[in-house]
Design a protein around this ligand. Sequence first.
Ligand code: PLP
Length: 398
Amino acid sequence: MKYGGWSQRIEKVEPFHVMEVINAVKRLEAQGRHIIRLEVGEPDFPTPVPVLTAAHRSLDLDQTRYTAAMGIMELRQAVSAWYQRQYGVDIDPARIVITPGTSGAFLLAFGILLDPGDRVAISDPGYPCYPNMIRILGGEPVAIAVGPEHHYQLSPELLEPALAHGLKAALVTSPSNPTGTLIPDAAMAAVIAMMEHAGGRVISDEIYHGITYERRARTALEFSQEAIVINGFSKFFAMTGWRLGWIIVPPSALRHVESLQQNLFISAPTLSQYAALAAFQCEETLKKQIEEFDHNRLFLVTELRRFGFMIPVMPTGAFYVYADASRVLQKTGYADAQSFCADLLEQGGVAVTPGLDFGRYKAQDHIRFSFATTMENVREGVARLAGFLGGSLPRQTR
Ligand SMILES: Cc1ncc(COP(=O)(O)O)c(C=O)c1O
């Protein structure tokens, strides 16, 4: 029997390389090895108790059917109140749509924006799902190399050449995954103005808002009501598995978002929506946790620099350090970050993510370290890294 092939679009979708790291971690753990996990992209503290209590109550009330496509109104109102408290901006709850994770929100955003071949600027390094989601919806990701001189963020001067060839949208992620850096306010304002002037839009991924250390992050909605803002409960609220996010769109897009949400998802998970109503009461507890992450951040950056890793811009958000390992690789004789990370895991018992997951630009030289864990784990990870570096003899290019 002859079966048909798969789409050309799916052929271009790349898997997460970090999944290979995670598979290797699982294999080693199954052999009884203890691994320090600095590769993960989620807070390792539990869902706040009031959220769990609200979830239990929701189940007791048998709130288990679909909700309205746009989400339950109480939650949309709670999100709106959050914008007033956090940023002092008034957002009509009607413009807030509750989605299955921010991942769902991205499908909606790209779905309402993109026609075949439409170009979307993204930063390289950046979150690996963006280009894949853009491609699967027929668009064309335009990766723009961003370095430390631009805080690893898009800027008007970096966007200019891409814009000359037409851009439907530019995607800003601040704080960024993998670099943990924030876009300067002036750059955010200028990028939005530039895109809107050219008839395009900015999509702002604000999933790491609330996890900032030196200054708070500003929402794109403080700069323009035409910006598309995406955020959710996974990171600051520590609710990754609840699969809940939101998208805020201008009124002109609401009709389209609603029909796309109906067609793609029907609605976001009901239980998660009712549970999330309690999340906003947990702000103080969650902020304390972020203070813990701050200690991890300062310790990890200091130690990595001591080992010869270069971190030209201090990460001030999220829970990642994106370190330039080129000197360390040279000293230890590794050809690239992937082989270094593979050996660090096998021999040193520390899992980290090679830069290749986040794009092409100098990816072979970079490693992402996540510090979304306990100080004890970070210390142990650093001690093991020191042991690995001390023991790794200069070797030939592999
Ligand atoms: C920058 C960025 N955006 C979006 C997501 C997806 O988050 P969610 O769990 O809300 O789908 C992640 C997850 O790691 C992320 O790092």
